[in-house]
Every structure is written in C-alpha cells, then in structure tokens.
Design a binder for this molecule. Structure first.
Ligand SMILES: Nc1ncnc2c1ncn2[C@@H]1O[C@H](COP(=O)(O)OP(=O)(O)OP(=O)(O)O)[C@@H](O)[C@H]1O
Ligand SMILES: [Mg+2]
Length: 249
C-alpha cells in the first residue's frame, strides 16, 4: 500500500509519516520512506543523523545527466535500479526494513532549465508508487502544488493533516477536494496537535477521521532531538496509526 501525507506547513505531515513507517516496520513490513519535501526532514524525524542523510536526487547532476541525457530529454528514463542505489537504511526496532529516499524539489534557482531533474524525479516517484508492490510512505511538500496527477495516480491513500483551527480545516478541505479531482478519493483527515482541553466532537462529526493530541513527550524532546519516534506516548500514537491504516485500507 502507498500512502501520501499532505497539508499546510507545520501541521505534522513529516511527523505522521515517520510514525506510520515506524509502526509498519515494527509490524514486520518493509517500508520505503519518500521525502518529497524541500525541507528534507523525514530522515531525521525517523531517526537518522544529519550526516547520514542521502544527497537529494535533485542534486545528483551526474545521475540526472546519465539517465536523462544532456541534450534531448529522455522521456522514459531507466529508474528501476535507483531506489536500491539511492536509499539509506533507517535503524529501527524492526523486524521490517525502513529505507529512505530523498527526492528534493526542483527549483530554477541559478537559472537554466530544470526539466531533466524534474523528469527524473517524476519518473522515479511514479516507478515507486506504480510498479513496486511494497509499502510506501510519501511526505509531500506543504500546500497542494505537489499533488500532481503523476504522484496521486499511484497512491492508494491520502492523509490530509491539519492543526486544530478553522483556517487549517479550510485548507485541508481544499487539499482534499483537489486530490478528489485528481481521482484520489481514499482520504483520511487528521486533526493533529489538539491542545489539552479542546473538545473535538463537533469536527469529528464534520468528517475528521482522527484527532491526535499535542504530545508532551514530543514537545519536551524536540529542543534537543529531531527524532519523533520512540516516544513515551507510543501506545497512543500506534493506536492512531492503526486507525488511520484501517480507514484507508
Ligand atoms: N501530535 C504532536 N504533538 C506534539 N508535537 C507535534 C505533534 N505533531 C507534530 N508536532 C511537532 O510540530 C512540528 C511540526 O511538525 P512537522 O515537521 O511534522 O510538520 P510538517 O507538516 O511536516 O511541516 P513542514 O510543512 O514544515 O514540512 C514539529 O516540531 C513536530 O515535532
Ligand atoms: Mg515536513
């Protein structure tokens, strides 16, 4: 199964993606974690040190040129070997294997055409989501621009994450609608970081699939540590992830 995490900035997409992958690996599933965000934080959230992160594919000019050609752009580049070649293993409590692929985002900074890089990124992402029969967790960039047809087509489920605010819910609704229009109807809406004492019954009735509190264990830890897994609240997190997976399957 393939699941993508979308939502506006800072709502917890990366955190939820890392929790999901960690849960699946403890259930014995092998998971590909795909960081398709510019911030490149999924690896560190999952437990890698900064120095252990793979170089984003987008910066691999050598590979881009090798696969896409320097002149006329190759339309169907060979990418089958790239997941194994580019991925970095994430240590975890297993028994499933977690592997991280870092895509990066295409920018035109510095001028010139980024079409080759863009083409290779798209080809690799669609290879992973369309042709591999494995668990894939994709951490998308904030907003909706990333929800291209190519990404969405092969994904089996979309988790839209929002903070507990009306504005957040409105943004989540537009992301959901956009994904629907692209044909991705299997969606779950997660209200994340609900402050203590705030009642969520009203929004649960409005189609929110799951509400997660703001976990003190994570708030305490994050000043010194980028990891979001292995928290004291693991039981509550696992219960939430289980619920999410059941909703999407
Ligand atoms: N349920 C939670 N309880 C406590 N802290 C949380 C929770 N969910 C996320 N956080 C914290 O909120 C911050 C934002 O989370 P995260 O980086 O996952 O969001 P994001 O949507 O991926 O952000 P970006 O748009 O920048 O990629 C992080 O510091 C994270 O540790
Ligand atoms: Mg993120």
């Amino acid at each position: 199964m393939k699941i993508a995490f979308a939502g506006k900035g800072g709502v917890g997409k990366t955190t939820l993606a890392a929790w999901t992958a960690d849960y699946l690996a403890r259930q014995g599933k092998n998971v590909w974690l795909v960081d398709a965000d510019t911030a490149l934080s999924l690896g560190q959230a999952a437990g890698l040190a900064k120095e252990e992160l793979p170089r984003p594919l987008i910066q691999r000019k050598d590979l881009i040129e090798e696969r896409m050609g320097a002149g006329i752009i190759q339309l169907n580049p060979t990418v089958e070997d790239l997941p194994e070649r580019l991925a970095v293993d994430i240590p975890g409590d297993g028994p499933g294997r977690q592997r991280l692929l870092v895509m990066g985002t295409v920018t035109n900074a510095g001028g010139g055409c980024a079409c080759g890089a863009n083409g290779l990124l798209k080809a690799l992402l669609s290879h992973i989501v369309l042709e591999r029969d494995e668990w894939v967790v994709v951490d998308l960039e904030a907003g909706v621009e990333h929800l291209g047809r190519g990404t969405v087509q092969g994904v089996d489920g979309l988790v839209v994450v929002t903070e507990a605010s009306r504005r957040g819910l409105d943004t989540a609704a537009s992301i959901g609608t956009m994904a629907m229009e692209l044909g991705l109807e299997n969606q779950a809406l997660v209200l994340n970081q609900v402050p203590r004492g705030v009642g969520v019954e009203g929004v649960l009735a409005e189609g929110v699939s799951l509400a997660l509190p703001s976990f003190p264990g994570l708030r305490d830890r994050q000043l010194n540590d980028t990891r979001v897994v292995g928290l004291p609240e693991q039981w509550a997190i696992d219960t939430g992830v289980e619920r999410l997976l059941a909703l999407l399957s």
